[in-house]
Design a protein around this ligand. Structure first.
Ligand code: FPP
Length: 243
């Protein structure tokens, strides 16, 4: 553990949890069973990130595009979100986790919307891990809603177009100034699939063929080792970063 504590950790880890369906199919199970099995690694990542004092963990639970999946799968995922939050909220509170949900919430079932708002309210004062769950979320949606918000402010006279800087734009996104430093995607695909587009500008991208329900502590450790080995230059030269 001493070695693990010494390495450079990302402040914000973001994860696309892919591979639940294939994990279930390989066992002759329905897709819902794969999503349910995905709760194990969710718990593990929250616990491990908390213990390592990582500031923020963002999980991609349901994308804008996932609404087009068969109604039965969408329904079972909405049920799983509701049930798992109900079952875990006390534990999250005890772990000092502050929860936020990002995405087009008005598309979600009303009772889920109410539950998400209650979980945010209950954990708002917590000072530990910021757990940000992307539900009904798309990176393009986020950029468009930020642009619309700024356009409204310009129309009302509260803001001038010349005052729109990257800083000001970032503030209008759902996460605000919370750039992802490490993005992990399980399941073998090597793409962003509309996740956190604004906040991934300088993220290190880590892809693993491991299916999400099989993602364990050793896999997370490997991703953190990958991050620690990267030189983060932000457009500078290596010598500039060193000095
Ligand atoms: C993608 O795998 C996964 C999802 C669309 C759902 C992810 C949800 C969970 C892990 C459930 C719990 C999450 C929280 C935060 C409560 P896929 O179905 O596209 O897999 P496939 O590519 O193998 O078909």
């Amino acid at each position: 553990m001493a070695g693990a504590a010494a390495k450079t950790l990302p402040r914000h880890v973001a994860i696309t949890m892919d591979g639940n369906g294939r994990w279930a199919a390989a066992r002759g199970l329905g897709r819902a069973a794969g999503h349910k099995a995905g709760l194990g690694p969710v718990r593990m990542c929250i616990q491990e990130c908390s213990q390592r004092n990582i500031e923020a963990l963002t999980l991609f639970a349901f994308s804008s595009e996932n609404w087009a999946r068969p109604a039965a799968e969408v329904g079972s995922l909405m049920g799983l979100f509701f049930d798992s939050l109900e079952a875990e909220i006390s534990e999250l509170q005890a772990r000092n986790v502050a929860m936020r949900f990002i995405g087009a919430r008005r598309r979600l079932p009303v009772r889920l919307q109410a539950q998400l708002a209650a979980a945010e309210e209950r954990t708002a004062g917590n000072t530990g891990l910021k757990l940000q769950v992307a539900v009904s979320y798309g990176g393009r949606w986020d950029i468009v809603q930020a642009a619309a918000q700024l356009a409204r402010e310009c129309a009302s006279g509260a803001l001038r177009a010349e005052e729109i800087t990257e800083e000001r734009f970032a503030q209008a996104t759902t996460l605000g100034h919370c750039d992802a430093e490490l993005v992990i995607r399980t399941g073998g695909e090597q793409r962003l699939s509309n996740f956190l587009l604004w906040h991934c500008a300088y993220a290190e991208l880590y892809f693993t063929p491991r299916l999400w329900p099989d993602f364990g502590v050793a896999d997370l450790e490997e991703a953190l080792d990958f991050f620690a080995a990267r030189e983060r230059r932000f457009g500078l030269l290596s010598g500039q970063v060193a000095s």
